[in-house]
Write a protein that binds this ligand. Structure first.
Ligand SMILES: [Zn+2]
Length: 203
């Protein structure tokens, strides 16, 4: 897969355009729809077929361009099932989720398959996309290269965040982590620099 990171909106959210074998998905379109659709064009390559847009969690800085993209690209919107309440309370989006994702579901883009993990803590319905073949994780605001997702917003939970982090750090091997803000990093490096995380790692 090819992953393009586009920083969007006032909080510089990382929106990821993931392409694989002529297909694509857009993760966390937090604003600036035009910038995102512009990045779908890639020189001489044919424009990919965008299969869906997905939000790792329902916070405005991750969903602000969803309605525009759904409208322009005529695609479905995927969201973690347990963030439905945040979505309903916000009343901000002009679209409703077409698919509500739950633990263990698999979603395909081109040759790649992403397993959905429910990783609550930052919000109740935060999800992580786990791509085992290429060892890539799309974690939203669970963990950043410097720091962790905040848990003081509605539905946040420090103990849930810790449980979610515990799952992630106990993955075997090295993984490339694509967070909702800031630089992409390797899980091993993060573990080496974070006593808190390395304590969560078993064995
Ligand atoms: Zn957030």
């Amino acid at each position: 897969m090819k992953v393009k990171k586009i920083e969007v909106g006032s909080l510089e959210t990382n929106c990821y355009v993931i392409r694989s074998n002529g297909e694509a998905t857009i993760v966390d379109p937090g604003g600036e729809a035009e910038k995102i659709t512009g990045s779908l064009k890639n020189g001489r390559e044919e424009d990919p077929e965008v299969k869906f847009v997905l939000a790792t969690h329902f916070h405005w800085d991750h969903v602000d361009a969803v309605a525009d993209l759904v409208d322009q690209l005529d695609v479905d919107f995927y969201l973690g099932k347990k963030d439905l309440e945040l979505f309903e309370k916000s009343g901000e989006l002009d679209v409703t989720p077409d698919r509500l994702l739950e633990e263990g579901e698999k979603i395909e883009v081109g040759r790649n398959s992403f397993e959905v993990w429910e990783t609550p803590g930052h919000t109740p319905g935060s999800i992580t996309l786990v791509e085992e073949d290429e060892r890539k994780l799309f974690v939203g605001d669970l963990v950043f290269s410097a720091g962790f997702g905040r848990t003081d917003l509605p539905g946040g939970s420090k103990s849930e965040l810790e449980k979610s982090l515990n799952r992630v750090v106990n993955l075997d091997g090295d993984w490339e982590v694509y967070p909702g803000h800031g630089p992409v990093f390797h899980l091993k490096e993060k573990l080496a620099s974070s006593p808190f995380l390395s304590d969560l790692k078993e064995g």
